[in-house]
Design a protein around this ligand. Structure first.
Ligand SMILES: [Zn+2]
Length: 207
């Protein structure tokens, strides 16, 4: 089995690939959604995926890995572990992407930006712009999944483990919306799992 087939199998086994009507963080609507947190829930799987992605980026000789929170944190960390370089993350405060927690980049540092999924590339581009503004040099971008459908938005090399052509639409052009389907769900915002765990925890404490 090739690596792409294996990754597809891992996405399905972990429940990371979901079908429905979703509002992506990019603002687009889609009939499918990939929740990479479920793929990466198993640390052994996360290390395997991160190691594979690290091998695609090694040729760019990065000094460090930088990822936007939260989606990029686990995979970015695993890629950095595979490459043997430091890992840092950016985070949004309000609308603005920032480098906090005492993280810094040195002048000329060769940085790769790592994401879980790239669709429009918005947060990746913001992270890259931030790195550049701090004097670092973005040498490549990597993601587990490329959902750009060939619209590569980057001006540096972009490597991914899997190209998934899951159509996404502007809300006005969304076929599911037009068909009067249930409103688009913002993935990750539904609390069932947390509620179920919370109930379990309460039961344990009271017994
Ligand atoms: Zn829609």
């Amino acid at each position: 089995m090739n690596d792409q087939r294996l990754l597809m199998q891992m996405l399905e086994e972990s429940g990371a690939l979901r079908r429905g009507h979703f509002l992506l963080s990019s603002g687009l609507h889609s009939e499918a959604y990939v929740q990479c947190a479920l793929l990466l829930e198993d640390p052994v799987r996360a290390r395997k995926v991160g190691g594979d992605l690290a091998e695609l980026l090694r040729q760019f000789h990065p000094d460090s890995v930088l990822s936007p929170a939260l989606g990029g944190i686990i995979i970015g960390h695993e890629v950095a572990a595979g490459l043997g370089v430091p890992f840092r993350f950016t985070e949004r405060k309000g609308e603005e992407m920032g480098l906090r927690r005492g993280f810094s980049l040195r002048q000329g540092e060769r940085v790769v930006i790592i994401e879980d999924v790239v669709t429009t590339g918005r947060s990746t581009l913001e992270t890259a712009a931030l790195a550049t503004s701090r004097g670092a040099r973005v040498v490549a971008i990597g993601a587990i999944i490329d959902r750009t459908a060939g619209r590569d938005p980057f001006d540096v090399p972009f490597r991914s483990l899997l190209k998934l052509d899951l159509p996404s639409h502007a809300p006005a052009d969304c076929p599911a919306c037009r068909a009067g389907a249930v409103p688009a769900e913002k993935p990750g915002s539904r609390p069932e799992a947390a509620t179920a765990r919370g109930t379990e925890a309460r039961v344990e404490r009271s017994s």
